[in-house]
Design a binder for this molecule. Structure first.
Ligand code: UDX
Length: 428
C-alpha cells in the first residue's frame, strides 16, 4: 500500500454496543484522532451512539435486527450472535466503498474491533485489510479464560469441592487470533505479569495504552443522560465522607438486595450517592420497591439518581469510597482518582477484577455479606478503621503511579507512540 499524500490515514472502529465497550472504543478513537488519524465508527442500530455528540468522527450504521431488545447481560449471547450474523454484509459493502475512495478520503490503515465483533475479522481478511483487536477489559480476565479452557481440556472441570478455593497452577495457553496486534485498556504497572504471559501466547504486538480516559481528550460517551445535579449535592458534603454506589450499565439485582442495600447505607451513618439505573432491579421500573418513608428518612444523608457523571463524581473531594460491581472501566476510573473500593461483583470479568482489587492491588474490600449488617460493617471498616486508612493510602499511591504512566516517557505513553508507528506501517 502506498501512502496517500496530504490525506490523514483512516482507522475504522467497530465497538460492541454496550456502554462498558462503547466508552473505551470511543476514547481510543479520540486518542488516535489526536495523533492524526481520521476516525470512522461502524456502529449498530441497537444502543446507537449519537453522532452529533462526536462531530470529529464519521459514522456508519450497521443493521442488527435487535430493535426493542432488552439490554441486559442475560441477552448478551443472543445479541452477539445476531450482530455477527446481521452486520457482516453491510460492513463488507462499507469497507469496499472506503477502499475504492481512498484517493479522496485517505488510506484505510486498519480496522480496530471489539473482540466480540468477530465478523469484522472475516470481512477484513477477505479484503486483505489489517485488523487490530481491542480488549476493553483487564488482561487478568483473558488470562483467567485461558486457564478455564485448559482445565476443561484436561478434563479437570468440575473441580472437586475441596479444591474450589485452591490457587490454580499456571497452564499453557490456548487459542489463536488473526489480528495483527491487540490494544489493551490497561497499564503495564497494573498487569505486567498477565500482559507478558498473553504476549507470549498471542505472538503479536500488545499495546497497553490505558487508562484510556486519562490518555484521551475529555469528552462524553454516555448513552444515558447524566444527572449533573449530583455535583452540587457533593459540594455540600465533607471531604472523603461520601459512599458512591453504582453497579454499571448491565448488572441486575433483585428487590431483596436493593432493600438490604438501602438499610445498610442508611444505618452506616455516612452520606451516600446511589445510582439506581432504571430497570436494574428485576420487576421494578426504578426505586418504587424501597421501604415506605425511606427517601424521607435519608433526605439529609442520601442522594439517589438514575445515572451520574461518574468520572466527575469519583474526582470530587467529598467521595471517600466507591461501592462498585468492579467493571473494568469503573475500576480504572476509581484507581485514577485514588478512591478505595467496596466490591460486589455480579458476573464475568467483575469477579476476576475483584480478586485483583482485593488480593493483588489491595485497594478494596469485597462485600462478602450483602445483607444490611454486613454492609454496615464493611462501610464502617473502610470509612473508620485502620484497614480503610491503609487501603486509601495505597489507592492514592496507585493514582500517582498511574499519572506517571500516561505522562511523556511513561509506559502507556511509550506504548501509544509504538502503536501509532505500528498503524502507520500499514500505510507504507
Ligand atoms: C461491562 C463489564 O462489567 C466491564 O468490566 C467490561 O469491560 C465491559 O462490560 P459495565 O457493567 O457497564 O461493563 O461496567 P464498567 O466497565 O464499569 O462501565 C460502566 C461505565 O459507565 C463507566 O465508564 C462509568 O463511568 C459509566 N457510568 C456508570 C456513568 O457514567 N454513570 C453512572 O451512573 C454509572
Amino acid at each position: 500500500m502506498g501512502t496517500i499524500e496530504g490525506r490523514k490515514p483512516q482507522v475504522v472502529l467497530v465497538p460492541f454496543p454496550h456502554q462498558g465497550h462503547i466508552t473505551p472504543m470511543f476514547q481510543l478513537g479520540a486518542i488516535l484522532s489526536s495523533r492524526g488519524f481520521s476516525i470512522t465508527v461502524a456502529h449498530t442500530e441497537f444502543n446507537s451512539p449519537n453522532p452529533s455528540n462526536h462531530p470529529e468522527f464519521n459514522f456508519l450504521l450497521l443493521p442488527d435486527s435487535l430493535s426493542g431488545c432488552e439490554s441486559s447481560y442475560m441477552n448478551s449471547l443472543n445479541e452477539i450472535l445476531a450482530i455477527n450474523k446481521n452486520s457482516k454484509e453491510r460492513f463488507h459493502e462499507y469497507m469496499v466503498e472506503m477502499l475504492e475512495t481512498q484517493e479522496q478520503h485517505g488510506q484505510v490503515a486498519c480496522v480496530v474491533y471489539d473482540t466480540l465483533m468477530h465478523f469484522v475479522d472475516e470481512v477484513a481478511t477477505r479484503l486483505e485489510l489489517p485488523t487490530v483487536a481491542l480488549r476493553p477489559n483487564s488482561a487478568a480476565y483473558l488470562r483467567s479464560d485461558h486457564v478455564i479452557l485448559q482445565l476443561q481440556a484436561d478434563n479437570l472441570i468440575p473441580l472437586p469441592e475441596s479444591q474450589l478455593q485452591d490457587a490454580i497452577p499456571t497452564h499453557p495457553l490456548l487459542s489463536i487470533r488473526s489480528s495483527s496486534a491487540i490494544i489493551w485498556n490497561s497499564v503495564d504497572m497494573l498487569e505486567h505479569e498477565s500482559l507478558v504471559e498473553l504476549q507470549r501466547h498471542y505472538k503479536v504486538p500488545i499495546f497497553p495504552i490505558g487508562p484510556f480516559h486519562k490518555m484521551a481528550p475529555k469528552f462524553n460517551t454516555s448513552l444515558i443522560a447524566e444527572d449533573t445535579s449530583v455535583i452540587t449535592w457533593l459540594d455540600k458534603q465533607a471531604p472523603n465522607s461520601v459512599i458512591y454506589i453504582s453497579i454499571g450499565s448491565l448488572a441486575i439485582m433483585d428487590k431483596k438486595e436493593l432493600i438490604e442495600m438501602a438499610w445498610g447505607l442508611a444505618n452506616s451513618d455516612q452520606p451516600f450517592l446511589w445510582v439506581v439505573r432504571p430497570s436494574s432491579v428485576s420487576g421494578s421500573e426504578w426505586i418504587e420497591c424501597l421501604p415506605e418513608g425511606y427517601e424521607e428518612l435519608t433526605r439529609e444523608s442520601g442522594c439517589i439518581v438514575k445515572w451520574a457523571p461518574q468520572k466527575k463524581v469519583l474526582a470530587h473531594p467529598a467521595v471517600g469510597v466507591f461501592w462498585s460491581h468492579s467493571g473494568w472501566n469503573s475500576t480504572l476510573e476509581s484507581m485514577c482518582e485514588g478512591v478505595p473500593m467496596i466490591c460486589r461483583p455480579y458476573f464475568a470479568d467483575q469477579v476476576v477484577n475483584t480478586r485483583y482489587l482485593t488480593n493483588v492491588w489491595k485497594i478494596a474490600i469485597e462485600l462478602e455479606d450483602p445483607e444490611r449488617k454486613g454492609i454496615e460493617k464493611t462501610i464502617r471498616t473502610l470509612m473508620r478503621d485502620k484497614v480503610g486508612k491503609e487501603l486509601r493510602q495505597r489507592a492514592l499511591k496507585m493514582k500517582q503511579e498511574l499519572e506517571l504512566s500516561v505522562q511523556k516517557g511513561g509506559s502507556s505513553w511509550n506504548s501509544l507512540e509504538n502503536l501509532v508507528e505500528f498503524i502507520m506501517s500499514f500505510t507504507q
